[in-house]
Design a protein around this ligand. Sequence first.
Ligand code: PGA
Length: 310
Amino acid sequence: MNITFRQLKIFEAVARHLSFTRASRELHLTQPAVSMQVKQLEHAIGLPLFEQLGKKVFLTEFGHEFRRYAAAITTQLDELDQVVDEMKGLKRGRLTIAVATTANYFVPRLLATFIQRHGDVTVSLEVTNREQLLKGLVENRTDLVIMGQPPEEMDLVAERFMENPLVVVAPPAHPLAQERRIPLQRLREETFLVREQGSGTRSAVERFFSANDLAFSTPMEMSSNEAIKQGVEAGLGLGIVSLHTLAMELALRRLVVLDVVKFPIMRYWFIVFREGKRLSLVAQSFEQFVKEESVKLLGLPEIRPAETAG
Ligand code: PGA
């Protein structure tokens, strides 16, 4: 089969955009040039990759299959690029990381220090939920992932590097704010604001509640930590969120952490990559940096007793 890397790159862009126009814009080529390359590619393979229905472009069944191979080949080529740079002794590098929504409350600070120390690094940071993080690892779209406990059945290298306590938050004027050692059963009477399905926080809270024979009474689902905190401040109910998300609200006394028996629910942060993945030098140093420096650099917000919360 006589195909070129350039054709693969063009195919990949058209498949991603499902549009010849958008792909040509991204690649700084004319639209006819892109169409021509795709035609030549289809000719070389002997099977159609795209079909056009009305104005819409679709991948054919074979096109989907071909895309998986094209992605694997282009990832390998990018890796080869890195290796060549490293062999030439170049320090610059590209770091592609994906982190859980909640980790976004501390990862930018880690990146800032890392870049200060390391120099010329281009970063691509994706912030998404647990489900998408796992998908990114399976599809080999990312070097490193920062997430809660990864599933055991996947072939991953995962190192635990920091605590992630989940706490119950309330507005300072809430009747429970003044109480100490609140029994877990007391939570039955409260409405909870919980994260969306697919969030690690959500599944940890569900596991904790069912292990303790508690059901959520009328839980309200919100798709971000910010929405939960705003909702709790507004008096919609109590929230369970990571202490990492609360630095500002606790400092400004907009929320308080309730002293509930058996809390915090202790989760941990992991830095993860796929077994067998060849990490670039930059990714290797970032992984090391996260494991060694996170606890020193970050710390957790202080939980103040409710009496002092105004
Ligand atoms: P999130 O957090 O998916 O709820 O944002 C990560 C985790 O605790 O697993």
